[in-house]
Structures are given as structure tokens and as C-alpha cells.
Write a protein that binds this ligand. Structure first.
Ligand code: ADP
Length: 156
């Protein structure tokens, strides 16, 4: 049986922080499915289609990585994909508190799914998608914060 993991998130847009976690997870799993959550309550800057396209472009040469859109519970998405692991990143203690409750609830919802956490690389601890969105909103260049493959591609 495949040892597959889902990396769920909004990826609005994908950053070097996300990319770093995913690249570090590759040796641990046969397959990683990046799940772009369509969340009705969270307004996004970029369409799901655009977010997926940028993720594909980032991992063009990584056959173990695929991208899918999902609605609803992450544990249901994992079951549909045949994945038994959820990957999440931890930057700060605030991330930890947030992730702990989600991880513990997911464990109650499905005992067979384990959440694994990656500490952010120090250089990406301050990075999140909203920083990239703010740079774009104010006409700046976000290239230093988004994957190399997306250089000059992420625009409003
Ligand atoms: P969500 O809306 O689920 O928080 P995000 O796209 O913001 O989705 O993040 C998805 C995952 O990536 C989360 O686990 C988040 O902690 C992690 N992550 C985001 N930015 C970084 C970063 N700079 N370093 C490490 N992990 C990160």
C-alpha cells in the first residue's frame, strides 16, 4: 500500500515557506497530494484555478506530488485519496495552538489519520501568503517570497 500524505491549505498564493515544507516531506512519503481547500468563509485573492496552476508549475518536475481541489472535511478528502497522513507546517507558538486543536479534532474524526508537523525553516518563519498578497496590493515585487519557478508569474 502507498504511504500517502495530504498537505491541505489555502495556498493564496503558494510561498517559499509552503514549498520548503513540501520538498522536505518528499523523502518520507510515496505520494503527496496538495489539497487546495475551497473555503466558503475565507475570501481568497486568487481563484482556485489560478492557485492550482501555480502549485503545478512549482512542482513540475516532482512526480510524487499532485494537486487537487477539495471541499468539506480534510479527513474525508484524505480518505478519498487513500492518504493516511496530513502534513502541516509550524512557524510560531500561535500556529502550534491552532494546529493542535485541528489535529486533535481530526484524530477524533478519523483514528487512522496521523498529522505530522514540520517546523518552518528559520528563513521562512515570518513568511505567509498574506505578506505576498500585501506586497502585490501595493505594487511591490514578491519574487523573493514565492517559488523560483514562479518568478515574475505571480501578479494581480
Ligand atoms: P491554511 O489556510 O490552512 O492556514 P495556508 O496556505 O495558510 O493554509 O497554510 C497551509 C500550511 O502551510 C499550514 O500548515 C501552515 O502552517 C503552513 N505554512 C504556511 N506558511 C509557512 C511557512 N512560511 N513555513 C512553514 N509552514 C508554513
Amino acid at each position: 500500500m502507498d504511504n500517502s500524505a495530504v498537505f491541505p491549505g489555502s495556498f493564496d498564493p503558494i510561498t517559499r515557506g509552503h514549498e520548503n515544507v513540501i520538498l522536505r516531506a518528499i523523502p518520507l512519503f510515496d505520494k503527496i497530494i496538495i489539497g487546495v481547500g475551497e473555503n466558503a468563509e475565507k475570501r481568497s485573492m486568487f481563484t482556485v484555478r489560478q492557485r492550482v496552476e501555480w502549485i503545478r508549475q512549482t512542482f513540475l518536475h516532482q512526480p510524487a506530488i499532485s494537486v487537487e481541489v477539495y471541499n468539506g472535511l480534510t479527513v474525508d478528502f484524505c480518505r478519498n485519496c487513500g492518504a493516511t497522513y496530513i502534513i502541516r507546517g509550524l512557524r510560531t507558538s500561535a500556529d502550534f495552538e491552532f494546529e493542535r486543536s485541528i489535529g486533535q479534532v481530526n484524530k477524533v474524526l478519523d483514528q487512522g489519520i496521523e498529522t505530522v508537523f514540520f517546523l518552518s525553516a528559520p528563513e521562512y518563519t515570518a513568511l505567509n501568503s498574506s505578506i505576498v498578497r500585501d506586497i502585490l496590493k501595493h505594487g511591490g515585487n514578491p519574487d523573493k517570497f514565492v517559488p523560483q519557478n514562479l518568478k515574475s508569474l505571480i501578479k494581480l
